[in-house]
Design a protein around this ligand. Structure first.
Ligand code: HEC
Length: 115
C-alpha cells in the first residue's frame, strides 16, 4: 500500500472519530456562536426573551431562564421546536442547522438557564 493511500485512510479514520465525539457531547461554547447570530435578536442576549424583535411578538419569544417554563421541558421537545419551529408562532424552523448544531445551541440555552 502506498504511503499516500495510508495517509488518506488514517485521515478518514481520525475525522470519523472526531465526528462521533462531537455527537456525544453537545458543546455549549459552539452553541453560543449560533445563538448570537440566529437567536439572540428574539430571545435576548441572556435568553430572557427580551431581544429587540422578540419582546413585542404574540406570543413573545420564550424566556429560557424562567424556571417554570423552558427549564421544565425535555431536550426532545425543545430540539423538535428548534428544528420544526413553533407552529403558529414567530419561532422559525432552523432546518439549516445540523443535528449537532441544534444540540449545541440547546446546551447553551440550558447553560443560560443555569442548568
Ligand atoms: C423571529 C424570532 C425568533 C427567533 C429568531 C428565534 N426564536 Fe425561538 N421562539 C420564538 C417565539 C415567539 C417562541 C415562543 C413560541 C413557542 O414556544 O413556540 C420561541 C420558542 C422557542 C423555544 C421553545 C421554548 C419553550 O419553552 O417551549 C426554543 C427552544 C427556541 N425558541 C429556540 C430558539 C433557537 C435555538 C433559536 C436560534 C437558532 C431561536 N429560537 C430563534 C421566536 C424566535
Amino acid at each position: 500500500m502506498s504511503r499516500i493511500v495510508l495517509a488518506v485512510l488514517m485521515g478518514m479514520a481520525m475525522m470519523t472519530a472526531g465526528m462521533i465525539s462531537d455527537a456525544q457531547a453537545a458543546d455549549a461554547g459552539k452553541g453560543k456562536l449560533v445563538y448570537a447570530q440566529k437567536c439572540s435578536s428574539c430571545h435576548g442576549k441572556e435568553g430572557k426573551g427580551d431581544g429587540p424583535f422578540g419582546k413585542n411578538l404574540t406570543p413573545p419569544a420564550a424566556n429560557f431562564t424562567d424556571p417554570a417554563g423552558t427549564a421544565k421541558k425535555s431536550d426532545t421537545e425543545l430540539l423538535d421546536k428548534i428544528a420544526k419551529g413553533g407552529r403558529g408562532t414567530a419561532m422559525p424552523a432552523f432546518k439549516s442547522l445540523s443535528a449537532d448544531e441544534r444540540a449545541n445551541v440547546l446546551a447553551y440555552i440550558r447553560a443560560m438557564a443555569g442548568k
